[in-house]
Design a protein around this ligand. Structure first.
Ligand SMILES: [Ca+2]
Ligand SMILES: [Ca+2]
Length: 205
């Protein structure tokens, strides 16, 4: 495949966002353009591993990202996964055990202010690259060790309207065994910019 065609394919990847403002967000996680979180998707059987960064003391375990359970209200730390307050985020890996054809990756978050929006880079790999490094820490570009950058996902609004429930959906990722989530803080004004991630769904083709 020529590099021009590859470039075009990269831009054809569709990323969709959705937002329920504080006034209407509720435990049902219903969105206009993105399906509600699922209990029974490929992520629910995947193995999650923290690669870099520390989860906050008040955060749930990584497994809460794929347990199909959702927070019942807008500020429920124990039902969300978030990196340590004051840190700049971190990285975790999802391993499906074998290569699967991924139709969608959907990420869901909920918080009444700056920990609501999402900002992350999504990478994928099939593990076949001889230089594949499953654990690239911050400072190592995953694209230099067998990972492919799939998308930069940002639901951050320029209207300063931060709170509520967010969903982001990346489509048509192709065939991969691993996903790497490189998670960033959404703001640096204070220590409270690490997103409350409630669930991540991976939908097979
Ligand atoms: Ca799920
Ligand atoms: Ca969950």
């Amino acid at each position: 495949m020529s590099s021009v065609v590859k470039l075009l394919l990269l831009f054809l990847l569709v990323v969709v966002f959705d937002h329920n403002p504080n006034s209407v967000a509720n435990r049902e996680f219903k969105f206009k353009n993105i399906a509600s979180p699922s209990k029974d998707d490929a992520a629910s059987r995947a193995k999650l591993t923290l690669i870099d960064g520390d989860l906050d003391q008040g955060s749930a375990e990584l497994a809460a990202l794929t347990d199909g359970r959702l927070p019942r209200d807008e500020d429920e730390p124990g039902a969300n996964v978030f990196f340590r307050a004051g840190s700049s985020g971190g990285r975790f890996r999802m391993d499906f055990g074998s290569v699967i054809d991924i139709a969608q990756v959907n990420t869901y978050s909920w918080h009444p202010n700056s920990r609501g929006p999402q900002l992350y880079k999504l990478y994928a790999a099939d593990g076949s690259d001889p230089n594949f490094n499953p654990d690239p820490k911050r400072g190592v570009d995953p694209a230099s060790c067998g990972w492919k950058l799939i998308a930069l996902v940002s639901t951050i609004s320029d209207r300063g309207e931060d709170g509520g429930q967010y969903a982001a959906s990346v489509s048509d990722l192709g065939r991969h065994r691993y996903l790497l989530f490189d998670i960033y803080v959404t703001e640096l004004y204070d220590n409270w910019g690490n997103t409350f991630y409630s669930e991540i769904d991976v939908i097979r083709k």
